[in-house]
Design a protein around this ligand. Structure first.
Ligand SMILES: Nc1ncnc2c1ncn2[C@@H]1O[C@H](COP(=O)(O)OP(=O)(O)OP(=O)(O)O)[C@@H](O)[C@H]1O
Ligand SMILES: [Mg+2]
Length: 410
């Protein structure tokens, strides 16, 4: 396949405290007073020795914590800034949507900026004319076409910028997190438009903190941290899990032991469908498995083993579940394994906690709710529950069940 982007030993050094592209009087005054102290300049490597290649038609997600270098990388690819070292070769017409403020002239109207951008991309007036209405209606800015863009709100600005970038048939589309500025309905529209572009075999580089969008749109993912590539992979969901769990690693334990007069817990694990202990991060469309291995000392028809599930931040208990809830089952003596699954398409993006429960029915708890001896934590993040992009984002609700709707025409 053809190469779309080739990056070789790319590095970018910034001076900390360097002047920002937009200076105001206020900034200038502050700078004036700080002048004497400025001797001790410090540098930061926003990118350090990046090498990778992207083929035409690939949709590449770029993830990483704040300050990882994601925007810097896109700025170099779109020639907004120069690398300090190394090089980036970009083949084809680039449409980019980076920070609010780049690419448009503030004094010009929306209409004029559309023509200006088209011209910069090397398009003829006729070609721009042909796309014009589509751009305007996608951006929903008909009423503000003849207003200078300096009067646009940041949301309006992003709508126009995305629409321009996506409709001028770029070979390569670079999109930064800016989508987050738009409202939810416009974000969805943009994700949908990007999905269409990806189907037309255009190359897309997409920076996002929305793991659902990354998971459902991208064919490859680059994880950046502190200016370096942590990992590049085409196994997007695995990469997302590793990335997400890198923030939580210390809070999770897979193996715990506990002994009482009724039983001994040999292990208390989160598992995947394949039965393997897993990185404790699940996509919305994955079942979450819980496995308890016990050594039971005495056969007791009233012994119930279960768990309580909490949303960890709010500490709201979502439910209790016991091994006898659906069918009575008397645990035999000796080594046994109990396994149960929280079905996919039920929990929202979030952090959850599972406490093991145990009790003798009608007598009392052995492991009551609120115990902190047997606790597992996991995260649900990313993934979508259906084919729609609507299900890829987090909702401001406790649960996010995948419920089917039917409709009948009367
Ligand atoms: N113009 C600049 N002058 C000085 N330092 C800069 C400049 N632009 C970026 N940096 C620094 O370079 C590093 C990488 O920044 P960058 O904006 O690329 O991160 P990012 O991954 O896009 O982060 P975020 O998720 O917050 O958008 C940061 O430490 C940032 O402070
Ligand atoms: Mg950024």
């Amino acid at each position: 396949m053809e190469t779309a982007i080739k990056v070789e030993n790319l590095s970018k050094k910034y001076r900390i405290g360097e002047r920002l592209p937009y200076k105001t009087i206020r900034e200038e005054i502050i700078k004036f007073f700080k002048r004497e102290k400025k001797k001790n300049q410090q540098f930061i490597w926003a990118l350090k020795n990046l090498s990778f290649e992207i083929k035409r038609g690939e949709v590449v997600g770029i993830i990483g914590p704040n300050g990882a270098g994601k925007t810097t990388l896109l700025k170099i690819l779109s020639r907004i800034t120069e690398p300090t070292d190394g090089y980036a070769e970009v083949y084809g017409r680039v449409g980019s949507l980076l920070e609010v403020g780049i690419g448009f002239h503030p004094e010009l109207t929306g209409r004029e900026n559309i023509y200006l951008n088209g011209a910069i991309l090397g398009m003829k007036k006729k070609e721009i004319d042909k796309k014009f209405d589509e751009i305007v209606s996608f951006a929903e800015l008909e009423k503000f076409l003849d207003t200078p863009v300096k009067y646009y709100s940041s949301g309006m600005y992003v709508r126009l910028a995305f629409s321009v970038a996506a409709h001028f048939e770029p070979d390569i589309l670079l999109v930064d997190e800016v989508l987050a500025v738009g409202d939810i309905s416009f974000q969805k529209k943009c994700l949908g438009k990007m999905e269409t572009l990806t189907k037309e075999a255009r190359t897309v580089l997409f920076v996002s903190h929305n793991m659902g969008a990354i998971e459902s749109l991208c064919t490859k993912c680059i994880w950046l941290d502190k200016g370096k590539i942590v990992k590049i992979s085409e196994d997007i969901s695995k990469l997302i899990k590793e990335y997400v769990s890198s923030f939580f690693r210390n809070e999770t334990s897979f193996q715990k032991k506990l002994k009482n007069e009724f039983f001994e817990v040999l292990s208390f694990n989160l598992i995947e469908k394949k039965d393997k202990p897993t990185i404790p991060v699940y996509l919305k469309n994955e079942d979450i498995g819980i496995e308890i291995e016990l050594n039971v000392f005495e056969k007791n028809p009233r012994l119930s083993i279960g768990y309580a599930l909490y949303e960890n931040k709010s500490n709201v208990c979502l439910w209790w579940s016991f091994h006898v809830d659906v069918e009575p089952y008397i645990l035999p003596c000796g080594n046994i394994i109990l396994k149960t699954f929280i079905p996919s398409g039920l929990l929202n993006d979030g952090e959850y906690r599972i406490e093991m429960l145990a009790g003798i029915d009608g007598v009392g708890w052995i492991l009551p709710p609120g115990n902190n001896q047997m606790v597992l934590k996991f995260i649900v993040k990313g993934g979508k529950i259906g084919s729609s992009m609507l299900s890829a984002t987090k909702r401001p609700t406790l649960l996010f069940p995948a419920l089917k709707w039917n409709f009948f025409k009367k």
